[in-house]
Design a protein around this ligand. Structure first.
Ligand code: AP5
Length: 248
């Protein structure tokens, strides 16, 4: 992710303003990242944001950030946490309202990479309506494809920074010091929903509710399928080529 975008308006919601010291990019990209849990959406978002100057807008990050904020959780956020810990999808009404409160992020001149939203057809329809009301058009929906075995290997080895949310992997991307984030020195932990029982629930929710979005965006002519096999760098090369072909 671009070092200079702190995404405060996205993570903290209405009232917060972002610190972003870079000039706006010449072209702003507006894209969605689709793919199973653990396919590498967050990892590719980091590469893409560094290359394109875009903001990484992850709904999962908003929920995790809310948990760490002082002042206690609202009832809606409390409910969201319960669903999330089990690996279930948070109810549409909560997620859609949370994104609606942050709609200014969808108009930002840095552009956006939506990661983890939409996740159901109802969320996709709500997003279409929000974008249309602001006169904003999507450029592409990048859909990362990965085998179930590899998804499980990636999720079970993932470690996440409590402070800045940067992700590592015990074998494919280890931190330099065990348990310590390379970027900010924060503590690395294993997400509760990266336990085997929760992974099974997340995969089932993905197949049932999120996979149909491939067809949804295919019909809209926006879907760009990308194999997520191989190293993060190889996947990024594939992503850059696919984007080049599609958007020039
Ligand atoms: P969210 O945070 O969105 O999680 P997710 O979609 O399950 O995706 P992940 O963050 O698990 O995986 P990723 O694809 O980003 O993979 P990563 O790059 O980290 O959502 C969490 C929960 O919040 C949901 O279950 C739900 O409860 C709730 N929620 C959020 N949004 C919602 C919505 N819209 N509606 C309803 N509920 C919602 O990579 C994974 C690991 O693999 C890392 O360790 C990484 O280092 C490693 N890795 C990545 N790429 C490679 C590679 N090429 N080779 C080897 N290792 C790799």
């Amino acid at each position: 992710m671009s070092e200079n975008h702190d995404r405060a308006a996205w993570l903290a919601g209405p009232g917060a303003s972002c610190r972003a010291d870079e000039p706006y990019p010449e072209r702003s990209y507006r894209m969605i990242l689709l793919g199973a849990p653990g396919a590498g959406k967050g990892t590719q978002a980091e590469f893409l944001c560094a290359r394109l100057g875009t903001c990484h807008l992850s709904t999962g990050d908003v929920f995790r950030a809310a948990k760490c904020m002082s002042g206690g959780l609202s009832p809606a956020m409390q409910t969201a946490m319960e669903y999330m810990q089990r690996g279930d999808l948070v109810p549409d009404v909560i997620v859609i309202e949370m994104v609606r409160e942050r709609v200014s992020c969808l108009q930002c001149n840095y552009g956006f990479l939506l990661d983890g939203f939409p996740r159901t057809v109802a969320q996709a329809e709500a997003l279409d309506e929000m974008l249309a009301s602001k006169g904003v058009k999507l450029d592409a929906v990048l859909s990362y494809e990965l085998s179930v075995e590899e998804v499980v290997a990636r999720l079970s080895g993932r470690r996440t920074c409590r402070s800045c949310q940067t992700t590592f992997h015990v074998t494919s991307k280890p931190s330099q010091r065990d348990g310590v984030c390379d970027r900010c020195g924060g503590e690395l932990y294993q997400r509760e929903d990266d336990r085997p029982e929760a992974i099974r629930v997340r995969m089932a929710a993905y197949r049932e509710s999120t996979a149909p979005l491939e067809e949804y965006y295919n019909r809209e002519g926006l879907l760009v399928p990308i194999s997520a096999e191989g190293t993060p760098e190889e996947v990024f090369m594939r992503t850059a080529e696919a984007l080049n072909q599609r958007l020039g």
